[in-house]
Write a protein of this length. Sequence first.
Lengths: 502, 464
Amino acid sequence: MPRGGDVFDPDVLRAVRDAGLAEARRLGASEASLRVEDVRTQLVALRDAALETAVDDTEIGMGLRVLHDGSVGFAATVEVTPDAAVRLARDAVGTAQAVAIARRRAVELAAEPSHGEVTWTSTHTTDPTTIPFSDKVGLLEAWSRRLLDADGVDHVSASVHCVSEHKHYADLAGTVATQHRVRLHPEVTAVALEADGAGFESMRTLAPPAGRGWEYLEGDGWDFEGELAALPELLAAKLAAPSVEPGRYDLVVDPTNLWLTIHESIGHATELDRALGYEAAYAGTSFATPEGLGSLRYGSGVMHVTGDRTAEHGLATVAIDDEGVAAQSFDLVKDGVLVGFQLDRSIAAAAGRDRSNGCAFADSALHVPIQRMANVSLQPAAGDGPSTAELIAGVDRGLYILGDKSWSIDMQRYNFQFTGQRFFRIEDGRLVGQVRDVAYQATTTDFWGSMEAIGGRSTYLLCGAFNCGKGQPGQVAPVSHGAPSVLVRNVNVLNARAEGGR
Amino acid sequence: MSEPAGLPPADAVVEAAVAAAGGAGCVALVEERSEAEVRFATNTVTTNGVRRARSVTVIVLAERDGGVTAGVASRAGDVDVAELARAALADAQGSPPAEDAAPLLEGSAEGGFGDPPATTDLGTLGSVLGALGGAFERAERAGTVLAGFAEHAQVTTYLGTSTGLRRRHVQPTGLLQLVGRADGGARSAWVGRGTVDFTDVAIDELESALHRRLDWATTRVELDAGRYEVVLPPGAVADLMTYLYVNASGADAEDGRSVFSATGGGTRVGERLATMPFELHSDPGAPALECAPFLAVGASSSRASVFDNGLALESTAWLHDGVLQQLFYPRARAARSGCAPAAPIDNLILEVPGAKGSTDDLVASTERGLLLECLWYIREVDPTTLLLTGLTRDGVYLVEDGEVRAAVNNFRFNESPVDLLARATETGATVRTIGREFNEWLPRVAMPALRIPDFNMSSVSPAS
């Protein structure tokens, strides 16, 4: 299917941005930015090797945001023509004027210089949305059959989610950015039913979603062959494993699990819009407030967390954000202390900062950009650093946890509970088989404060998600989190079945 | 807001798409959205907008390997439907035979199919906007900080099939949420309302409801984790029942992969899940909760099939008299399983016939227990029991001798909505409400307050 080459024709883009921005300026907007987006999303999902869900959706649209007399107005449409751009400018200014009646304070945007004309493409070889549908079904079918043929596998779910995102951004400052990025998320889950017919266990692949092309599924960046080959035996061992004894354990957490703990307890907690109350009605606030900058003890001294929109293959990686701010990399937690926040231009101004650090994102042309998460990553230990096996060797009684599953955290980002895909019991520094029904629960600063050791570069992996939700109306954002393996002492482990009264 | 000037009429797009399929089985869906929203925080308006959108979905059927396949393609805006139909056909030809294949439903054109889409604009939110300025001023004087969101949407769906069916549905949705925080967030409360057109929403009434609860929180006690008698208000029940509803797939249950799977195979349909005579049902004609009376889906799933587009949706009991009645079954799977097809309907009602009384009434008859306001960050922990975890948010109160005595710290809970129905000991009258967390996905719900004698508060959350 065509990508809408007509919409991304340079002449069309020039005509619509000139028309929309000129009208916004004529109507008195102090700031205006226009985005044209063409986002193609494909989802193919198989259930027991039969096609269950097929989506091939191309969302095309144009959105225009203005700052007019201290109020924000936004208007969007699916038409991409100069006439439509002029109407959008009028509607956006009209919206700003209509809400002024309830405005108590003027909105400001931190300044950002013009970056001129920028063209950027994420690192990839083959845009995954260009691969024929039948090839996608064929690959997933082969993976599914292989697992269904293995002993002890009763059901298999397999899916791949592919996105190709074209964005064209232009603002009154003079930045004109045309960006294309791709991403994909393959997932395969094998299910085994209990022999007594009561309940089941599942085991999902650990392969993270990535800002990569179709080559990812052919082995560039992940060993799918190896992972699928190991899955049936891992599942059978999990089904036969004892239920975990609840209590305090030392945890060695693999990056495939830790990324989500980072996302929830650091990524969202260091969004300054939350700390200042802009998400109080929805996503929530944060225990990490500006007063704690430079003093709040977030975790142990080995903890160094960065935010960036620059990591290669990162799901939040861009060249220019959705407010015309150039991509940056910055510290959030250094030596265990809170040292930074993620910002967009309005939040930077509200906090008295000179400049945004580039964390604005809108999930389509039809939504207004808001502060969204950078790639927030825990840095590995310097030098060679310990391997995961060396971390495990330092534990007498513990659990080694891989893969994410269930997650939940409170609205101020204190109390969290996570489960996982694979839990290996550690005894005297060695893995001694799986257990099941594990959930770990902690308070953010206690957990990170108990982090005794961090794995080296060899344990580091960029994981992430496509579906981070925030804002009203709701928006979803893709984001990556790099993490090494870590050793965290004395964490509260629950038995999920016991929690359910079983 | 301004009309999209350059797009052909939606009904004409449906006709063109069906024609473009060239005699192949075809379903065409056009969804027109018109939306307006106002967002506010820190006692002022923040991000506000209006939008118009159109998406066109074309589903084309093909015969392959003795079966039938379906290809689906969708695209926004000014769409070349011939191109879209070709893309859908190519996908159909590249698909294995669909397990959900069923003959397209026959039908005719209903009146009004050619009517233009319904629209909205910020004018619908005019009364809210007009009242917010005063509310912010009062809040600032009282040392309270208001945050929230008001949105109105008109979504018009046009559905056509190569078998003659033509249907149109207009879905208005209005939501208003208001949070009040005081003492740096140490005291907080939430109110939410669902509405068709905002004529029945008054900001000052919501402000009073907020202040009543903020006043309750001027006294505070700390309680440990443990099992408590809890009064769940209708909004909290809505979020829990929404989770149960979306997990009611017949295929998942038959495959042994859900809380509705029977031990040893099959499903729990026919099994008593609760001793109280709960009725859980959906009804496109439910007053004030009206929703589409026909199925319109752009993708198949374990709950619904693209082959079933246009299926008439009628009042459906999921639970009757506390007994599980029906799970989601696309027609093809239902035929194989020998049960009735049922597709998701866009509203949900839980009631116990004859139950009376409000949340306040349940509080008044509580000797010692907790009153919650809402639940948050609800996620599945164990699918075999549908064990969910989540947090209490914006108000937990200690009730003694029928009176609210103080606010209590927040908790993390671990509970299954299926178990909660089984353990509930009392319900109030069913009222229109919205869930705090899932109102965006299921905005049309009516629920009663529930009394749970032993709700599992797994740990304390220091959050406020």
